[in-house]
Structures are given as structure tokens and as C-alpha cells.
Ligand binder design. Structure first.
Ligand code: TRP
Length: 448
């Protein structure tokens, strides 16, 4: 069977940016900024994204495009008969774990979108009431499972439609819409009285706040936000055609992802400060603090609807990238039909997701290594599987693949003069700097 490719450069960009931009930008990044000291965290994050993670991103695209195969097949093709195929195997399993808990949070967004539509965030509500509402919701049985199911079904429908007419088409409509939505919300937030403090918090770094834990959190977030280390970018890279410019597409994606994270923070932090709230709310920021703000600000009902719509859209374009990894594997290595593969991935992710969801309620006492199921999945993938996967992947590109092949991918056989000039530097980052830095941060996180 002919392998599909993305249609053009814009298609590649929206698909990759769609994968990158997600709950990581709207939900995780703002609360990390809040917990790790504001602009100082942003400052470290910029280094992590552009100096360390962007070369890893390019490496994943290179492995994908060089092999034109799924995450498992890629290593079998590029390093036949070696143990590297095990990295491929892990890269197929991890995204299914991630998509299961990702879809639970996607389901929360679906529920909150409906709450916003039915005007449940009413003026006069206190923040404590919003907290109680959220706590009650996630610890219940049926409502969050329903949200998870709806969200995962939406993901499956887009996947079944295919690479070009599903993933790419959806991204082309949704990614521009997403930027329009977030800009509108950011402008509304930045013009609230008292918003200036929030902007200062975001843009005026206090360098004394930078320490090892800030660096580890920033690098972890950069990995998560760029979808690295678990085969998603590799799989999307395998749909990139020979004449696309890998360095350019990767750089645009990282830039769009960073800009979106900043826009999301500009939508959230000023409002938090304008209402005199604590920015260090943690994971509850989006589902507890924001609804309170929406309930009490002019035009808040509209902003609430748009915000949760944006959250669903952003999460969907990411969850399809996670889902596609398993589907590509099953279709190419196990000879499934696309539909059959989608159904199987759905069933696995659905069951695992239900367990995650229940771990906020009836299963909250069930612990794996001292963590609830949801936290265990989250920590295992974000703190272990992603960094280790990313580390092994850059080592593969920097030390196992032939240098000539890597440069060939970066310059399209030498035909891109601009890329020829910088490819040596990028190769140096891939071979020495990225593995050392990622290993150092990973180890320091284990030790402290
Ligand atoms: N990057 C997405 C986000 O920021 C989530 C995501 C998609 C992801 N694919 C991934 C995270 C692969 C880790 C690994 O929300």
C-alpha cells in the first residue's frame, strides 16, 4: 500500500504544531510558570526549547523521514538486527499510555465547555465553590468517564479519516482558529484593571529564583510541549516528503509552540493578578481559578466558552498525534486495517483512561509506587519515558546513524544552501550538547 504523506509545507506545520500545542501549553505551562517563579522560569524554558529540544525535535523528524516508517519499523530499517528496535517498541507503547490520561483531561475540558455553555459559572461564585465543584466532578464516576469517552471518540474519528484527510485537514482549520481564540482571550485579560502585575510577573525575571528544580521542570515541560521522546514527532516525520525543509519546519513549530504558551500565559496570569489570586495554584489553575475569574469578569461567559473550546481543540490536535503512533505501527507491522488499528488503540486507551479517571474517586486508594494511577502514568511518562526516550533518540542520530546521512536529511542532499551553513552546528548540538544536558538534568532530578 502507498504510504501517505502530508500534502504541503503548511500541512506539515499545522500537523506538527497541532501535536506540540495542547494541554501542555494551556494547562501545564501556565501553572508551572506560576509555581516556579514567573519570568525566571520562562527564561530557562527558552533555552531548553531552542537550544536543547529543537535539535532533538529535528532528530526525530530525521529518523522518521529517513525511514518513512512507523516508530518501531524506523529503527528496524535504519539499524537492522540491533537492539535499537526496543527503543522503537517503547516508543509505540508510551504514547498509548499518554493518550489514555491525556484523554481524561481532554474529557474534563469537554465537561467544562458544556458547563460554560449552560452558564454554570455564575457571578458571585467564590473560588472555593469552584474548587469544590471541580473536586466533586473529577471524583465522581460517570461524568468524567463520559467526557473521556467523547474526547477519545473524537480523536478516533479524525484518525480513521486518515493522515491527509483527517490529521492534516483538521489541523488546517483548527490551528488558525486556535490562535485567533487565544489572542482574543489574551487581549481581554490584559485589559482588565490591575492586569499589569500579571504581565510583570511573566516578563520581568528574578534570576535569583533559578535553581536545579527550575531547570528540571523547564526541560521536562519543553519535552512535553514539543511532544518529544515517545515517537509522535518521529511518526509525523515519516509523513514528511523528501522536498520539505526539516530545519525550517521544526524551527517554525517550536516557535509557534513557544508563542502559544506565552499567549496562554498572557491570557491567564493577568487575570489571576487582577483578581488578587495566587498564581501558584498548580494543576487546578485552569479548572478552578479560571472559572471563578470567568464568572466574575465582564464578558466572562463568552470568554469561558471560547477558552474551553480552545482547550478541547488544542488537546484534540495533540491526542491525534499520540494515537497515530500506535495506529501506524499496527497497520505497517501487524497488517491491521486503519480502521481495525484505530479500534484496538481506542479500546486500550479507553480502558486505561477509565482507570485513570477512577483514580480520582473510587480507586483513589489504589497506589502504584505510592502514586495514584493517573499520577503514576503522568510521572512515569513525563519524568522517565520521555527524557530517556529523547536521550536515546539523539544518541541514535548523533552516534549510530552516519553523519553523512544526517546532514543529507538536514540539507536535502545539499540542495539547501542556508541549511548547509548551520547543519554542522546543529549536528554538534545533537552529538554532544543535547545528550549531556538531558542526561545531567535527568540525573539531577533523580538525585534531588
Ligand atoms: N505536546 C502536547 C501538549 O503540549 C502533548 C503531546 C502530544 C505529547 N504528543 C506528545 C506529550 C508526546 C509528550 C509526548 O499538550
Amino acid at each position: 500500500m502507498e504510504r501517505e504523506n502530508f500534502g504541503n509545507r503548511f500541512g506539515v506545520l499545522v500537523a506538527m504544531a497541532g501535536s506540540a500545542i495542547g494541554l501542555g501549553n494551556l494547562w501545564r505551562f501556565p501553572y508551572l510558570v506560576g509555581s516556579y517563579g514567573g519570568a525566571a522560569f520562562v527564561f530557562v524554558y527558552i533555552f531548553c526549547v531552542f537550544l536543547l529540544c529543537l535539535p532533538i525535535f529535528m532528530s526525530e523528524v530525521i529518523v522518521g523521514r529517513r525511514s518513512h516508517a512507523n516508530a518501531y519499523g524506523a529503527f528496524k530499517k535504519l539499524a537492522p538486527g540491533t537492539k535499537w528496535k526496543w527503543l522503537g517498541a517503547v516508543s509505540v507503547v508510551t504514547p498509548i499510555i499518554v493518550v489514555s490520561y491525556y484523554s481524561v483531561v481532554g474529557g474534563w475540558s469537554v465537561e467544562y465547555f458544556f458547563k460554560a455553555l449552560t452558564l454554570e459559572f455564575t457571578a458571585g461564585a467564590t473560588q472555593a465553590e469552584m474548587g469544590t465543584m471541580f473536586g466533586r466532578f473529577i471524583s465522581s464516576v460517570w461524568a468524567p468517564i463520559t467526557g473521556h469517552t467523547i474526547f477519545l471518540l473524537l480523536t478516533a474519528f479524525i484518525i480513521i479519516a486518515g493522515v491527509k484527510s483527517g490529521i492534516e485537514k483538521f489541523g488546517k482549520v483548527m490551528m488558525p482558529l486556535l490562535f485567533v481564540l487565544i489572542i482574543f482571550i489574551a487581549v481581554r485579560a490584559a485589559t482588565l484593571p490591575g492586569a499589569g502585575e500579571g504581565l510583570k510577573y511573566l516578563f520581568q525575571p528574578d534570576f535569583s529564583k533559578i535553581d536545579a528544580s527550575v531547570c528540571a521542570a523547564a526541560l521536562g515541560q519543553a519535552f512535553f510541549s514539543l511532544s518529544l521522546g515517545v515517537g509522535t514527532i518521529l511518526t509525523y516525520g515519516s509523513y514528511v516528503s523528501r522536498n520539505e525543509n526539516i530545519i525550517a519546519s521544526s524551527t517554525y513549530t517550536a516557535t509557534a509552540d513557544f508563542l502559544f504558551a506565552m499567549l496562554a500565559s498572557c491570557a491567564i496570569m493577568p487575570a489571576v493578578f487582577a483578581f488578587g489570586l495566587n498564581p501558584q495554584e498548580g494543576p487546578g489553575l485552569v479548572f478552578e481559578t479560571l472559572p471563578f475569574i470567568f464568572a466574575n469578569m465582564p464578558l466572562g461567559w463568552l470568554v469561558a466558552i471560547l477558552f474551553f473550546l480552545a482547550l478541547i481543540v488544542a488537546a484534540l490536535t495533540s491526542s491525534i498525534s499520540l494515537y497515530e503512533v500506535g495506529v501506524a505501527y499496527l497497520v505497517e507491522e501487524r497488517k491491521f486495517s486503519r480502521r481495525g488499528a484505530s479500534v484496538l488503540v481506542f479500546l486500550i486507551a479507553w480502558v486505561l483512561g477509565i482507570l485513570c479517571s477512577l483514580s480520582f474517586g473510587p480507586l483513589s486508594d489504589l497506589h502504584i509506587f505510592g502514586q495514584t494511577i493517573f499520577n503514576f502514568f503522568d510521572k512515569l511518562s513525563a519524568n522517565v519515558l520521555m527524557p530517556v526516550g529523547g536521550l536515546l533518540l539523539v544518541i541514535f542520530v548523533g552516534w549510530v546513524m552516519k553523519k553523512a546521512d544526517v546532514l543529507d536529511e538536514m540539507t536535502n542532499g545539499g540542495s539547501l544552501p542556508g541549511n548547509r551553513r548551520i547543519s554542522g552546528f546543529i549536528y554538534f548540538l545533537i552529538r554532544y550538547i543535547c545528550p549531556l544536558a538531558v542526561a545531567a538534568v535527568f540525573l539531577s532530578a533523580l538525585i534531588f
